[in-house]
Design a binder for this molecule. Structure first.
Ligand code: FMN
Length: 325
């Protein structure tokens, strides 16, 4: 069984990102970097409880490729938690992560996500409810605090006492949302006070950032920078796990290699979602992949208009011919 404590360190994780870390992006990331721990987009425990098929589909995964596979949930209702945790265990996931960091008004006003940082007893109680319902590990992803990091250590100690097996901390407060710089110092202090693995998150955009920020932590989680540049995760894994391995990052890629990678990502998306939806949902990734070279803007515009795999292939092929790439 997957176990956060004994898992290879440093843990390199792809951050859960709603609308981004769907089955196709996760599988693409795993295909280029098998060591990465992947999380689903956050999944509503209430929606699962009320048998939403759309929400259930968000938990589909490839058990061969996506290991360890962690389902992230949000909610605050005990019955929904018990039902959802059992479902997730039955699906064969390796772990359940509880979201206590989302700052969206709609989420916080129902006391989900970041809202739970203001209700430490409820937060700990939800962890205990999940832990008591399943045998797979339960972890939590949260932020430094509501307005400052004063309560981070007692809050997290409460989660650890309730049975949380790992913590990921995004180095911003609820109030900061995504503004300003993330501060990792309170995360290093937290690590000294708990005995479970602690993963740091926030503003990792290069291997250098990861090396600078890891400190005494057990791992690093990368979010936005992996969108458009999932090779960053591979670069990190290669650095930490196999220093003699070939290092390939996006900046050293030829256009041919980038095109081929984009097509692989598209093919996975089409396989899981059908052609129309698969290619439509690739748009945000096209925007992220196609950057930083001459003609990128025009190419992005053309790709945003494509509605089939063949279109994408043809657009990339023509661009390669006309731009001499
Ligand atoms: C588009 C988007 C969607 C996100 N969705 C989630 C989510 O579902 N669950 C979660 O815990 N965090 C979510 N986050 C926050 C990220 O997991 C991460 O904590 C944050 O982006 C900071 O890391 P970064 O600087 O590496 O991006 C989301 C962030 C973005 C940009």
């Amino acid at each position: 069984m997957f176990d956060w404590k004994n898992f290879r360190k440093p843990i390199i994780a792809l951050a859960p990102m709603a609308g981004v870390t769907d089955i196709s992006f996760r599988q693409f990331v795993k295909s280029i970097c098998p060591e990465v721990v992947v999380f689903t987009e956050f999944v509503s425990t209430n929606a699962l409880f009320f048998r939403s098929e759309k929400t259930r589909k968000m938990m589909e995964f490839d058990p061969e490729l996506e290991r360890p596979f962690i389902v992230q949930v949000f909610g605050a209702d005990k019955d929904s938690f018990i039902y959802s945790c059992k479902c997730i265990e039955e699906l064969g996931a390796d772990g359940i992560d509880i979201n206590m960091g989302c700052p969206a008004a709609k989420i916080v006003s129902s006391c989900y996500g970041s809202g739970l940082m203001r209700k430490p007893e409820l937060a700990a109680d939800l962890v205990k409810t999940a832990v008591d319902s399943v045998s797979i590990p339960v972890s939590v992803k949260t932020r430094l605090g509501w307005e400052n990091s004063d309560d981070l250590i007692p809050f997290c100690k409460g989660l650890e006492d309730a049975g949380a097996c790992a913590l990921t901390i995004h180095g911003r407060t609820y109030k900061q949302k995504f503004e300003g710089e993330s501060d990792w110092n309170p995360i290093y202090d937290l690590k000294k006070e708990v005995s479970i693995p602690v993963i740091g998150n926030g503003d990792i955009a290069s291997l250098e950032d990861a090396k600078d920020k890891l400190g005494n932590l057990d791992g690093i989680m990368v979010g936005r920078a992996a969108m458009g540049n999932p090779w960053l995760l591979r670069e990190m894994c290669n650095f930490y796990f196999d220093e003699s391995g070939n290092l390939k990052n996006k900046s050293s890629m030829t256009f041919e290699e980038l095109s081929s990678a984009i097509l692989t990502h598209c093919e996975i998306a089409v396989r899981h979602k059908g052609e129309e939806r698969g290619i439509r949902e690739m748009r945000k990734h096209f925007c992220a992949y196609i950057r930083g070279f001459s003609g990128a803007k025009d190419l992005r515009i053309q790709l945003m208009d494509s509605d089939s795999l063949n279109d994408v292939k043809e657009i990339l092929r023509k661009f390669a011919c006309t731009s001499g790439k």
